[in-house]
Each structure stands twice: as structure tokens, then as C-alpha cells.
Design a binder for this molecule. Structure first.
Ligand code: SF4
Length: 183
């Protein structure tokens, strides 16, 4: 019998919980950039991501993974942050495409951000311009590995370093006027 106050039992419970979590990933796919065109083939019959437990969520509150599909306009950033903050923890962020890593071809654009990690805690990056569905699925595999190992902890990093993230976010977003982060 499992006694959850016992240290070893707690470890077993955590392994089971992480296993269940990684097998059921509901994604909020915010189609921010051109890379989002690779999401339909990833989700539909040819690649059929749902057989790996990956499927779309209707609202941020039902989602586990925020998928940022490429470049992110400074105007859109505010909505993306709001969506992320409405998601329940534990929650994960995947940066999809070169634009999320270093700005890609928009690296010196006046109206896109070029390092997503400065504004949201990215757990996994998928490089490429644009990444094919195989790369997207490999990215999800990596996220699953991190979840199982208890290392997909960007959401904790966000809570612990909220001041740093806010400072960066407010440098870009002119009219902040956002509700406080509701933990
Ligand atoms: S990485 Fe390439 S495909 Fe993706 S948003 Fe940027 S320019 Fe578009």
C-alpha cells in the first residue's frame, strides 16, 4: 500500500504523476508567425500528433503547453503573456522556429522581439525556419523527457524571477495595464 507521507512512496507517486502529465499535453497554439502553417499537418492524419497524447486546447486555462510558432510582434507579446499567465501550473513553453531563438530573419526588426526567453520561460526550442512536423514531434519528445525527469520547470523560474521578466516585458509593451499575475 502507498503511504504518500513516506519518502519512497512519494517518489513513486511523483514518477506516476510526471508519466501521466507527459502523456497528455494539451497545447495552446498561438499562431504568431509563419511557422504556424506546420501545425495543421502535425495535428492531422499524416503525422497525427494526437496518438502521442498531443492535442489542442480551447482556452489557456485548459492548456499545458504554450506553443509560440515563430516571430512575435511586440503588439502580440502582451496577449501572449496574458494567455501564459492564465494557464494553470505546471505549464510549459515551446519556442518554435529560429525567430524565437534569436530573431531569425527578423533579428533587427523594429516591431518583433528577438529572444523569446527574455519574456517567457522557454522549456524547449525547436530550431529551423520553419521546422517540419518531424522536428515538432521531436521537440515534444524532448519536452516529455524533461517532464519525466522533473526538469521542465520554466513555470517555477517565471514565478521566482517575475521581476526580471516584468522589467523586460515592460520595456517592449507600451500600454501595460494588465491584471496582476494570478498564481
Ligand atoms: S523561423 Fe522562419 S518560418 Fe518561423 S516565423 Fe521565423 S521566418 Fe517564419
Amino acid at each position: 500500500m502507498i503511504n504518500i507521507n513516506d519518502k519512497h512512496s512519494q517518489i513513486i507517486v511523483d514518477i506516476i504523476k510526471e508519466y501521466a502529465r507527459k502523456q497528455s499535453l494539451f497545447i495552446l497554439a498561438y499562431g504568431t508567425g509563419c511557422g504556424s502553417i506546420e501545425i495543421p499537418p502535425t495535428m492531422t492524419s499524416k503525422y497525427d500528433a494526437e496518438r502521442y497524447g498531443i492535442r489542442g486546447a480551447a482556452t489557456p486555462r485548459q492548456a499545458d503547453v504554450l506553443l509560440i510558432t515563430g516571430y512575435l510582434a511586440t503588439k502580440t507579446l502582451k496577449r501572449v503573456i496574458r494567455a501564459y499567465e492564465q494557464m494553470q501550473s505546471p505549464k510549459y513553453v515551446i519556442g518554435f522556429g529560429s525567430c524565437t531563438i534569436n530573431g531569425g530573419m527578423y533579428w533587427d526588426s523594429y516591431n518583433t522581439i528577438n529572444v523569446l526567453d527574455k519574456y517567457l520561460p522557454v522549456d524547449v526550442y525547436i530550431n529551423g525556419c520553419m521546422p517540419r512536423p518531424e522536428a515538432v514531434l521531436a521537440g515534444f519528445d524532448k519536452l516529455k523527457e524533461l517532464i519525466q525527469a522533473g526538469k521542465a520547470e520554466g513555470w517555477k523560474h517565471y514565478q521566482e524571477n517575475l521581476d526580471w521578466y516584468r522589467e523586460n516585458q515592460k520595456k517592449v509593451i507600451v500600454n501595460w495595464q494588465m491584471p496582476d499575475y494570478n498564481w
